[in-house]
Design a protein around this ligand. Sequence first.
Ligand code: 5GP
Ligand code: MG
Length: 192
Amino acid sequence: MTSIMNPPAGYQDLDKIIVSESMIKRRVRKLGAEITGAFGEEEITVVAIINGSLFFVADLLREIRRPIRLDCIRVSSYRNETRSIGKPEIVHSLTIDIANRHVLLIDDILDTGKTLSVVVNLIKKLNPASVRTCVLLDKKGRREVDFEADFVGFPIEDQFVVGYGLDFAERYRNLPCIGLLKAHLQNPPEWR
Ligand code: 5GP
Ligand code: MG
């Protein structure tokens, strides 16, 4: 648990904690068990979308009791300060072969659904045996394309969150919990 007497750097910039460190730990353990069960004896090829999913993936993979291969891809942020500006693009693609493999694609958060649908389409073109998706957070109310993840950590409201991998201008990723930034630090309110 995070000590209130000795908070991590960045804590003071939060307005509110949405998901605490202990909630994350508990949920990640359960998700790991769910995924372990869902994949049977199969080896899993994990594709992580970085940077956002780094912390989640590092913790989750150690809770999955199956052989795993790991690769990362990087998707360009297709947003500016205020709104969506087109389509997400893959700026660094896969380096391992996924043909005939069981793929688990992992991202930090499912919002409009654009990022995951672009990446799933790319993966499907490479003829995997199966593709499933896992996200830590799901903003259900924000979907612009029809997309649901197979494994979800926490459904959350439509609000901009940081911590546990999620950033604001590359900061706050190392917070052990997930929370809302104080309003004056979101200048202007981003991602809309
Ligand atoms: P989508 O393409 O589904 O709209 O957005 C997914 C990506 O947008 C995520 O991978 C994440 O990088 C970013 N994103 C969406 N909502 C948030 C949020 O509340 N906080 C942060 N830090 N990033 C977000
Ligand atoms: Mg991201």
